[in-house]
Design a protein around this ligand. Sequence first.
Ligand code: HEM
Length: 297
Amino acid sequence: QLSSTFYDTSCPNALSTIKSAVTAAVSSEARMGASLVRLHFHDCFVDGCDGSVLLADTGSFVGEQGAIPNNASIRGMDVIDNIKTQVEAVCKQTVSCADILAVAARDSVVALGGPSWTVPLGRRDSTSATGNTGDLPAPTSSLAQLQAAFSKKNLDTTDMVALSGAHTIGQAQCKNFRSRIYGGDTNINAAFATSLQANCPQATGGSGDSSLAPLDTKTPNAFDNSYYNNLLSQKGLLHSDQVLFNNGTTDNTVRNFASSASAFTGAFTTAMIKMGNISPLTGTQGQIRLSCSKVNS
Ligand code: HEM
């Protein structure tokens, strides 16, 4: 059972320490806010919100970081390590890495102009990473596949559409939207596809694979509802974005979030709290890591 007052007596300065570090990181690089939000999602969807995504691969062991889709894609682990060092300096071995990640995700959304919410706390950290990243949805997913991946985590279709709105910030690599802009999808705005081709070559395997494009073509560094307005004009970057508005059962939810910023933020904050509640370790389970990138020795 998580509680928003979990650190009120054991570490009253925990939340303010995290917030100032996140604000500093996002003002030096706006994209970092997006990277931290995604890191929390990738933590929670793989064996629960237990900080396992933060464990660095060592030697021949490939945990979550070296596995698809994290490898050469997730970012911000260094920022979390740095926040952990600052939190350890005020409260020794009290605040878990999984909680730091959940709070950092919220503070990132706020730093980019999005809504705030109260984060339930008390997660503990895993003592291993299974590398079992198969529960993370792929950008090639159909609507039915997205619904199944979220429903497996007890998140309903409205939660799924709302959480996808996190793609109002951040960037994606060419290899993840290439087939969509070179004829693989018909539900894409033609001028939008052409403009993306300039920085994303059709040939695979070269350095162009990692060329970046913003997930929200309109306001890439603002946490707003323009992601949904992009979908209305077939300007979703990923295949898995545009399937949310493709003459299917989620079209009306997309229209609602596109026309009402408050409907979106209400659904998004509700869904973030639900996502942050996926199978946490609590009580005496797991540990409080001293360093987020490795288990205690
Ligand atoms: C619905 C299923 C989802 C799929 C298929 C998906 C897929 C992806 C892909 C392929 C990228 C680009 C990665 C790269 O090219 O390196 C990405 C980026 C991102 N995703 Fe998702 N995602 C999904 C849901 C979510 C959710 C639920 C969140 C958070 C609540 C989220 C937050 C982000 C953010 C913020 C970025 C940009 C990260 C950065 O710029 O560093 N995504 N996602």
